[in-house]
Each structure stands twice: as C-alpha cells, then as structure tokens.
Design a protein around this ligand. Structure first.
Ligand code: PLP
Ligand code: ZN
Length: 418
C-alpha cells in the first residue's frame, strides 16, 4: 500500500511523532499534538483543477485533512459564501473588503461544523461510539447535530448560563446536555477527567488534533474564492486561538504544495474586552498569556479564560506582522448592527467582535485602508438574540387600516425632515 497523506501526529514543541490515535498532548513536554502530512505525496495529486472539480464542501481539500478513508460525517459542511462587502467597506473607509460568511454553515450555522465533521469522521475511524465536548455553545450545537446524523451517542457539557437558543439548539437533537455551574475552564477540566475515565471521544480534548485541522478549511476556501490568492489581511475572532493559527497553517500549506506562490500575508486577532487574554498579550508585546478567571462579556462563544492555543495565536500574529484588539459589549452590538445594516448579514456576538476590532485596527492605521481585507464571521445572530434584543428597536404596531399606515408614514417623513 502507498504511504498515506495523513502521516502521523507530531508534537508542536519537540517534534516527536505519535500514532494517529485519540491522544492530544506530548508525554515528554506536554506540547500539543498536531496532524502531520506527507506533503510531497499531496503535492503530486492535489491541484487547483482537482479541487475545482469536486463538490462544494470543505472536503474538496480532503488530502489535507487528518482522516485515513473517505469522510463519513458532515459531508455537506463548508464552502460558505465569500461576500464582497462594498457597503461595509465604505462604512469602514477601506478599499476592498470581504466577509467569509460562516453564519450560514451547514448544519448548525457556525464555523464549528468544520471542526466537528473532521473530529467525528476520525472518531468513527477510531471505532468510537460515544462522542462529547466541552463547549461555549456552538461546538455543543454542532456535536449534537452531527452526532445525531451519524448515529453516534453524544454528551455536551456547557457552562450553565449560556444563551437560551444555544442550549435549545443542542437539546433538540436528543443529545445529553450537561450544564456545569462554572466557567468554561472548569467545564473543560471536568471533560479531561471524563475523557480519561470513560474513553469517549471528546472532540476538543482527546480528539483535538483532528478537530483543530478542520479550521484550516476556512482558510483554504478564502484563498480559492479569491481566485487562488491569499488576502493581505485576515481578521479572526479568538476563543482558544485555534482558528487563527489554523488559517495561518492553511495559507502556508497551499504555498508548500505549490497551489499558490509564496507570499506575505498578515493575520489579526479579535477578542471581547471582557475576556481578552490573547489580545491583551499581543497588545502588550508579550507571549505570556494571563488567564482571565471570570470572563464577563456578551460574546460567550469566545469566553475562554485560559486559551489552549493562546501562545501560538500570539506567535502567529507576531510572525505575520498582525495585531490584536478587543471590543466592549457596546462595541460588539454596534458591530453586529453595522454588518447587518450594510451587508444584510446577521452575525452572533463573535461576529460583532470581529467587525468592531477590524474597525479599531483600521482606525489605528494597523490595517492599511488600501489593501485587501477578509473578515471571518463565524456564527449566526439567531443564536444570540438576547444580546441585541434591547438595542434594535421594536415593531410599530397599528390596526389593519390604511389611514393608520398613512399616519405612520407621515410621522416618519416628518421625523426624518425635522
Ligand atoms: C469557537 C468559535 C470561534 C473560535 O474558536 P477558537 O477556539 O479560537 O478556534 C470563533 N467564533 C465562534 C462563533 C466560535 O464558536
Ligand atoms: Zn513534545
């Protein structure tokens, strides 16, 4: 048999190789394990033409994803629209802006469907019957839905105070939802203990090396949808920091296998002010991540106080010449409204974070106004309606009478004129 595309797991710190099992940390230095590939072999088969001939899903890049056989979970995930955002560009005062719109990802309306389809496809290959996760909401939704469709048993563990619609959006699939009285970090720690004891596949614990690679597909798609070009600037919101590092890896891999020429690009990070361990580190020029013990932000999907990939996210921004910023609750709401009113895209709070931080970085001159910019918008607004409900006005209610409608229009015209 010929050598596989996906060759092994490899420690990010010491480079030791590990078998492709449900393991995620190096025994020697506790470094995170990452998927490694036989790039020469991939280079020989994966061309633009081959990719373009495949169905519109994230699996069109499958040689660069960490599974052995054909994918079995989440076959429709990905290939979300890249929207040329002219009206938002004008509002932000930049020349060329795009939205990578994962609010319409399949099936659960966030970027997490990408990571889950890889993790669960691998879980099936490893013979697992029960899958689980520690989640700030979106991951729970995606594990619940994709496990249901794949006929896998699932448990999702979440902080008990999550948004109503995120909880509902997990329960409906018949998954076992466990609310933990504590912050995400405590949920995560408990999950590590459960994974050790029960042997289940926790997508972001013992399956994390597989899970994390799914994020690369957002970067692959951006490049392909820009006509095989890497954008000069990519702005990414950060929870654990994994997505940001994997978009970097995606751009690098496309260069490594010769799909695009070598070139410079910059990646910027965005967080909420109420939970900003990564952006705070980048802003103060250190790679030391100071944990946030009590996150306090409406961007609950990003509220990870001890971000697993925070260090690597800072390094990635540093290496590419990127910056970071953070956004207050008020700024997040304004970001959501600005995106909705200019582009007709309703993002969840994390999307508001990306828009608000992009605006700050542009205004500060850290993102030049005349270079191509892509904003990664990662989740749908219907998942976090509480955050905006009190800030977007109310419907004007009238009787079913033309006279009342006329009066309303007249009042509106007067209001606009006066
Ligand atoms: C999980 C998530 C992210 C990013 O997560 P990382 O842990 O940094 O990879 C971004 N946006 C949304 C909406 C998410 O749910
Ligand atoms: Zn190691």
């Amino acid at each position: 048999m010929s050598e596989p595309y996906f060759s092994s797991l490899k420690c990010r710190e010491c480079g030791r190789l590990y078998p492709k099992k449900a393991v995620h940390v190096c025994e020697y230095d506790f470094g995170p394990l990452e998927a490694d590939y036989n790039y020469d072999r991939i280079k020989a088969v994966l061309t633009r033409k081959v990719i373009e001939s495949r169905p519109n899903s994230m699996w069109r890049y499958r040689e660069l994803l960490p599974i052995d056989g054909d994918p079995t979970v989440g076959l429709q995930v990905g290939f979300t629209p890249l929207v040329k955002a002219n009206r938002l560009a004008k509002a932000l005062g930049v020349d060329e802006l795009y939205i990578k719109n994962d609010t319409v990802n399949y099936p659960t309306l966030s970027f997490k469907d990408r990571v889950v389809s890889v993790a669960l496809s691998r879980a099936v290959e490893l013979g697992m019957k029960t899958v689980a996760c520690a989640s700030t909401g979106n991951l729970a939704n995606s594990v619940a839905a994709n496990a249901a469709a794949a006929g896998l048993d699932s448990y999702v563990l979440i902080p008990a105070d999550l948004e109503q619609s995120k909880v509902l959006n997990s329960l409906v699939y018949g998954t076992k939802v466990i609310g933990i009285q504590g912050a995400y970090d405590q949920v995560n720690r408990l999950c590590s203990e459960i994974a050790g004891k029960y042997g289940w596949g926790f997508v972001n614990v013992n399956l994390r090396p597989y899970y994390a690679e799914g994020s690369k597909t957002m970067g692959f798609e951006i490049v392909e949808q820009l006509g095989w070009e890497v954008p000069a600037h990519t702005v990414v919101c950060m929870a654990s920091g994994s997505l940001l590092t994997k978009i970097y890896k995606a751009y690098q891999e496309f260069m490594k296998i010769g799909i695009i020429p070598e070139g410079k690009f910059t990646i910027h990070g965005a967080q909420a002010t109420g939970c900003n361990p990564i952006s705070a580190a980048r802003k103060s020029g250190t790679d030391l991540i100071r944990p946030i013990s009590k996150p306090n932000t409406i961007a609950k999907s990003l509220a990870i106080g001890t971000p697993a990939d925070g260090y690597y996210a800072v390094k990635t921004m540093e290496q590419t010449g990127g910056f970071a910023d953070d956004a207050t609750d008020q700024e997040i709401i304004e970001g959501i409204k600005l995106l909705a009113e200019t582009e007709g895209i309703f993002a969840e709070t994390a999307g508001g974070v990306t828009v608000a931080c992009a605006k700050k970085l542009i205004d500060a001159g850290k993102i030049p106004r005349n270079e191509r910019i892509v904003l990664c918008i990662t989740g749908h607004g219907l998942k976090t309606v509480e955050a905006v409900a009190e800030h977007i006005g109310k419907p004007r209610v009238i009787k079913p009478s033309l006279r009342e409608f006329d009066a309303l229009v007249e009042a509106e015209l007067c209001e606009a004129a006066c």
